[in-house]
Ligand binder design. Sequence first.
Ligand SMILES: [Zn+2]
Length: 239
Amino acid sequence: MRFRTLGAGAALGASAFAFAHYAPALPDSAIARPAQQFGLPFAGPPGPDTWMLGQGYGNTTGAYRQRRRTYGNLQGVHAGLDFSAPCGTPVRSIGDGTVAEVDGPHGSPPHNVVINHAGNLSSLYGHLRVRSSLRVGQAVKRGDVIGQSGDSQETCISAPHLHLELRDRSHQRFFNPLPYIRADWDSLSLAGSFGRGYQYDLNAPRRWQTPESQPEVRRGGALLNEFARPWPPAPGGGR
Ligand SMILES: [Zn+2]
């Protein structure tokens, strides 16, 4: 078993360090294929007073700008979905499963929950406002409340949102949640409130430019977005 440090970068804005050890990544044959088998992490319709898709999964401009720091251990991309929501919004399990971790070492502080699902998939709910009252090992049903949404900066003013990831159970592979979750992604993507854009490499300007076409991420893999001709450029003109 190898040990790796899950530092502030991989923890998506963490200020504290935690340690996690990882099993080998599971092969495709062990992982359920996407079949819209999950639901959204909120009840009720989206809207400016409830919840909206804020930042997509993948090669976002925001992730590009932080590719060597916050997302350096995630190949430089945003390995989950951000849903804008007022602090305290009930967060729901996207599927039936078992609570695997409450405030575990897998990122997205200040509080998080991991649910294990059939097909060796795990969902992570990050930036929760308070510690979830769930117990590890507890069974949950799709739609059960697993916590309250919070703010990655812990102010409930700066960046209130839920960070949702879909991983393999080894926590080595990160999947685009869109084909796994039944939702009107076209409408949600059009109405998003921040970070909608994807980073271009002008040498391959169509690559990773739609919500559906984003790459899988492997923990610790090489950066995917060290683009030769990035657009927009990083602030200050650097790369
Ligand atoms: Zn996020």
